[in-house]
Design a protein around this ligand. Structure first.
Ligand code: PEP
Ligand code: MN
Length: 342
């Protein structure tokens, strides 16, 4: 439920309204807008009290009108937060005019590899460096990542080259470790509904890149974001990375670009697109990156590698540094055509 206050509502009236809601043991958030202050009730309101409470609030001084919110997520919804959220990671602003480019390898493999990746990514126009130190692999025999050693490499290389960093955290007990080394936590697609992980990552107060689960509905995706937002004032960026495909013959996943305008309509959170996992093949990545920028994405996260044939994970989808450069140049033209920049 949303209680929209009248323009002239006084602080005292607002407090009285909040107290009335607190009497029902419901959690509220106050959302100052350009136009008026709005009070949102986040907890689910028992059906038998919903209408009585609405009637009672409607009659209180300072209240303009009441809106019932049917969506299960609140803090992630545009109804609760009308303006676009801009998530700031250092100088990188997700959700501003500029489209943020995050690039780097799938996995952190060595200092030398990371340095090459970071220099290539920066030269191409990326402002953030990606790379996994904890890798979610289907096979227990596949390379699992360098863990702490990888995070140390990433921290040092990020500083040296002047790029902000993002890396995946897979388990709740590693949240502190990853947050100590990188600027932004990544919650991977397979972990989108790992609720203890969401709680711990939410408590960290670190900016979070939340990837959509391969089979997650839009509501499930935004409820996962709600877990993060409900823990603290986290900065959350949503990431579409492809859903389970009908046909794996040609692409690894199906990049669901239609979710970008949908999320933009129903949520205020920035949306990033991952065309690398979305297609699984380097040759298709640039086309989907262009399409992502055209349909309103606030950022791209792209895998690259100086020597893809030697990559320890996701070799087939890694762009060479030159291909990344060309892709960003082309995306810049599309960005300008739709009123953005890179
Ligand atoms: C990754 O970014 O390397 C990764 C494992 O992504 P996802 O969780 O989308 O599969
Ligand atoms: Mn990968």
């Amino acid at each position: 439920m949303i209680v929209a206050l009248s323009h002239a509502a006084t602080e005292e009236q607002i407090r009285t309204i909040e107290k009335r809601i607190a009497k029902e043991n419901l959690k509220v958030v106050r959302m100052p807008g350009d136009d008026r202050v709005v009070i949102g009730i986040i907890s689910s309101i028992p059906a038998d009290t919903r209408y009585d409470l609405a009637d009672s609030l409607d009659r209180m001084e300072g209240v303009d009108h009441i809106t019932h919110v049917s969506r299960p997520y609140k803090l992630a919804s545009r109804e609760f937060h009308a303006h676009d959220t801009v998530v700031q990671v250092g100088d990188c602003a997700f959700g501003g005019k500029a489209v943020v480019v995050i690039a780097g390898p799938c996995s952190i493999e060595s200092e030398e590899q990371m340095l090459e990746c970071a220099n290539g990514s920066k030269a191409a126009g990326a402002t953030m460096l990606r790379g996994g130190a904890f890798k979610p692999r289907s096979s227990p025999y596949a390379f699992q990542g360098l863990a702490k050693q990888g995070l140390e490499i990433m921290r040092d290389v990020g500083k040296q080259v002047g790029l902000k960093t993002v890396s995946e955290v897979m388990s709740p007990q590693d949240v502190g470790l990853v947050a100590d080394h990188v600027d932004m936590l990544q919650i991977g697609a397979r972990s989108m509904q790992n609720f203890p992980l969401l709680v711990e990552a939410g408590n960290s107060g670190h900016p979070i890149l939340l990837k959509r689960g391969p089979s997650a509905t839009v509501d499930e995706f935004l409820l996962a974001a709600e877990y993060l937002l409900s823990r603290s004032d986290n900065d959350v960026v949503l990431c579409e990375r492809g859903v389970h495909p009908l046909d794996r013959t040609y692409t690894r996943n199906t990049l669901d670009l239609s979710i970008v305008p949908v999320l933009k309509e129903i949520s205020h959170l920035p949306v990033v697109v991952d065309p690398s996992h979305g297609t699984g093949h380097a040759k298709y990545v640039p086309s989907m990156a262009l399409a992502a920028v055209a349909c309103g994405a606030d950022g791209l996260i792209v895998e690259m590698h100086p020597n893809p044939s030697q990559a320890m994970s996701d070799a087939a989808q890694a762009l060479l540094p030159d291909a990344l450069c060309k892709m960003v140049e082309d995306c810049r033209k599309v960005a300008e055509a739709v009123g953005r920049s890179i």
